[in-house]
Design a protein around this ligand. Structure first.
Ligand SMILES: Nc1ncnc2c1ncn2[C@@H]1O[C@H](COP(=O)(O)OP(=O)(O)OP(=O)(O)O)[C@@H](O)[C@H]1O
Length: 532
């Protein structure tokens, strides 16, 4: 393999005054390499190219651009990119390390140090500087006062790391795939730039679409959008069952539409919904959306968003390689933003594994732990709706105020279960994975995985319902003999987020993770009814 010529630079120091040219070139190279080694520390496969942040950003042609269609995404050719730099200026920059260029390198160095401090890893060319504070939204991007006021009303004092980097990326018109821990403020990271970029409430179609994998998450995201948009006339719509039944949606106008993939696909196919004017498309919990079963619907929606100037972004706390690979082939000139280490659990959650022996042992362990210390709100995850019902039956006649949510309940019942839990009317919520993704219950003290999760991603998202927005949390995972082959997979996630795991678990053989949903013995401890 040919050696990277960068090794030639090792240990080289230039005298800035004597060799300003060489110094400038060296600095650019050094900063790029710095980012590369920085990212490779965290196992990133791609070379990071943090580059000239303050240079005028190349602009994508907004109209008349041709594009290649790949699986519904528009892929622009590099020849369609134009530089905003005046020609003479560009030539001058080539020749002399001007004052601006030096300033630029200083800025690059500053950005690299700041990102390192916040554990932000980026790749892509010409990445905008991260935000120092929310005030920069106004000074750098001319954010309107209403939005800053709403941010402040929500009690957000400082942007979270994903907000610091993803917001400037999206504001600069770049596509983006972002991965940051659960509960780290990704929603605001994609809603804020949309609100800042949209023109004042227009009446010409749909301008932004946010796709969420579940109805509960779509409802929550709509609420968050409305909170941030308060005081403005933006029309923000949730794709409800009633809306999707409207016979003709071809004339629907709204600024932001939030939907699940299924409902949106139905609206496009059956109700003639027109997405050709969509300027911003967000795929929240993108890895879930790219799972088998949903990917066709997503592809259909992406194709329907046919505006060549569209800016697409993917957000999740877990970004498996296959989603990244797909994203890399279909997105144009996208910036990749990773906060912390990819696919790890929130470090704010103290995680524990408990051997429960058998299914019967689990219910005993649960009762015992509640008798010793019940610190609500507590979320309990089980494997399927049948088991959710059974566990609910077990707890409902105790003095523990329990609620349950699963896909057999009506939409209203599901909403009530979430609302009651949020309002503290129920202390314990028993759930299937339907609410494992994205749901933001403030102050969940403990997540109990009554049934072992079926994948590492499911584990990360489930326990991420606790330890949100800087608060600490706890997660307890019960396991039985059947789960032991997969224990090592969870143990790896635990150690990666700084939790201790008994050494014997770490010495277990690795097992390729397939959907782990063993047939489990019934939870019910009630004697079965026998007919006389
Ligand atoms: N800058 C901020 N300062 C303080 N709190 C914030 C900030 N931004 C968002 N939050 C709060 O953090 C919580 C988590 O935010 P959000 O639901 O967007 O997380 P997320 O990263 O999308 O999580 P998940 O991966 O589980 O979907 C919310 O309660 C939100 O109000």
């Amino acid at each position: 393999m040919a050696k990277d010529p960068s090794f030639l630079f090792a240990g080289v120091h230039f005298n800035k005054k004597k060799f300003p040219d060489d110094f400038a070139k060296f600095e650019e190279k050094r900063l790029t390499d710095y980012s590369v080694s920085n990212s490779s520390l965290f196992g990133m496969a791609v070379a990071v190219q943090e580059k000239v942040t303050a240079l005028p950003v190349k602009k994508r042609k907004r109209s008349g651009a041709t594009s290649d269609q790949v699986e519904g995404f528009n892929v622009f050719k590099s020849s369609e990119l134009e530089s905003d730099l005046p020609k003479e200026q560009a030539e001058k920059d080539e020749d002399s390390p001007s004052k601006e260029k030096k300033e630029l390198f200083r800025q690059m160095e500053h950005d690299a140090v700041f990102r390192k401090k916040l554990n932000i890893h980026v790749s892509g060319a010409k990445i905008p500087s991260p935000l120092q504070d929310f005030a920069e939204l106004k000074t750098r991007y001319g954010c309107k006062s209403y939005l800053l006021r709403n941010i402040s009303k929500l009690g957000y004092k400082e942007p979270t790391p994903i907000q610091r980097q993803a917001i400037p990326v999206l504001l600069s018109g770049r596509e983006c795939f972002a991965c940051a821990p659960t509960g780290s403020g990704k929603t605001m990271a994609f809603v804020c730039p949309i609100l800042m970029k949209l023109k004042d409430a227009t009446k010409d179609g749909i301008h932004a679409v946010i796709i969420c994998p579940t109805k509960e998450l779509a409802t929550q995201t709509t609420r968050e959008c409305k909170k941030l948009a308060r005081g403005n006339k933006f029309c923000i719509k949730l794709m409800t069952k009633a809306l999707v039944r409207t016979p003709d949606l071809s004339k629907l106008h709204c600024d932001i539409l939030i939907s699940t993939p299924l409902r949106l696909r139905l609206a496009i196919k059956k109700r003639k919904m027109d997405l050709s004017r969509v300027e911003y498309l967000v795929l929240d919990e993108s890895d879930k959306l790219f799972e088998l079963g949903l990917v066709k619907q997503i592809d259909f929606i992406v194709k329907a968003c046919s505006n060549p100037a569209i800016v697409r972004s993917l957000f999740s706390a877990t970004l498996p390689d296959f989603v990244e690979d797909l994203a890399r082939t279909i997105m144009h000139d996208a910036v990749r933003v990773i906060v912390g280490r990819k696919n790890t659990a929130s470090e704010l959650v103290k995680q524990k594994l408990v051997f429960a022996g058998s299914e019967e042992g689990k219910i005993l362990a649960l009762r015992q732990s509640f008798a010793e210390r019940l610190n609500p709100p507590v979320l309990i995850f089980v494997q399927n709706k049948g088991r959710a019902k059974e566990l609910y039956e077990e707890l409902v006649f105790t003095n523990i105020r329990a609620g349950v949510i699963h896909s057999d309940l009506s939409q209203t019942q599901r909403e009530n279960a979430v609302d009651d839990f949020r309002a503290g009317k129920t202390w314990v919520l028993i759930a299937t994975d339907v609410i494992a993704r994205g749901m933001d219950f403030k102050g969940v003290n403990c997540v109990i995985n009554f049934d072992f999760p079926d994948s590492a991603a499911a584990y990360i998202h489930r326990i991420g319902r606790s330890g949100r927005a800087g608060r600490s949390g706890e997660a307890v995972t019960f396991y039985t003999e059947e789960d032991i082959p997969y224990l090592r997979n969870i143990a790896n996630v635990m150690t990666a987020s700084g939790c201790e795991v008994p050494p014997w678990i770490l010495s277990l053989p690795k097992k390729k993770w397939r959907k782990h949903r063993p047939k489990r013995v019934s939870i019910s401890t009630k004697p079965e009814d026998h007919e006389e």
